[in-house]
Design a protein around this ligand. Sequence first.
Ligand code: F6P
Length: 369
Amino acid sequence: MSKPIKRIAVNTGGGDAPGLNAVIQSVAIAAANRGWDCFGIRDGFNGILFPERYGEGGVLRLTRDKVRGIGHLGGTMLGTTNKGNPLHFPINMPDGSVREVDRSDEILTYFATHEIDALVAIGGDGSLTIANALHEKGLRVVGVPKTIDNDLDKTFTTFGFDTAVGFATECLDRLHSTAESHQRVMVVEVMGRYAGWIALHTGIAGNAHAILIPEIDFDLDSVAAKIRQREEDGRQYSIVMVAEGAQAKDGHREVLADAEVGHAERLGGIGERVAQGLAERTGKETRVVVLGHLLRGGSPTAFDRLAALRFGAAAVRALDAGHSGVMVALGLEGVNYVALAEVAGHMRAVPLDSDTVQTGRDLGICFGD
Ligand code: F6P
């Protein structure tokens, strides 16, 4: 039987996503209702790892007052970072090289000396991998799945995804009229890393004519043929939705910045390449819209807000019941718990036999294959 909890901490890691504040609020209030103190770690784990930079402010007491009225706000009141993974922390060496060190013991020491009994780690694959490592080193940890990319395994969805898809779909709705007025091809690039969830769901909901996702290598000749076919049918414009991680049949993927120690590679630029290729093949005027970080902003939709509140409360219930090393997941029947070890490092790609992909094909959408 693990010792009763009195104090917990919560942090947000990786790219921000709408709904983070709702999770923080839910965790803090569910903890307060059990008589526990709740603390928020600033900027991933930086509030602990850089005491000289943050001073006492690196870890904040999250009273009810501190989390009041934040559930509908985008971003995260705690701040976040997708740099400086504490397991592979970059250290600049005097010779100019960069070495990586494991700083996770400093986090464990902080929890022990401040008598914080457990951590609720809100994050995507990278943050949940860190959470799992901390759990394996003895910390009581429950993870909460966050990412607009929706690429986490073992959960029906992550919060942030619905907001991103809703906004992107509204953008597509707006692009139809301008594309049609000018008889152009509009190429719309969206985030999603190596998974095509955002592009697929937005493209189908927003009536794109072609959708290019990382799970299906594309051939621009096939997309150009679709555009020409539409012209023959009297429709002089087309909308092409491209996931940032989509790759051509030759295996080429557009990368804005290579991976560095403690930081993943940055994707982007595929929209421009696709637009150029389609302009050359079809002779049509082509424009690119990169939605980028707009997908991460704004207030969470009601779906994401509710998911976030449910996840936060469920994380506290899990700790109260003595669980550790689990992630709160959403199943069709409600929230459940899965081992962090089963989630960490397992990306959930779009299954090609899913009915959503099949729906796109039945509607005549070109997937570039
Ligand atoms: O994982 C969320 C995400 O927005 C990805 O879709 C995107 O590839 C990446 O983060 C962008 O990261 P950054 O904020 O470092 O540009």
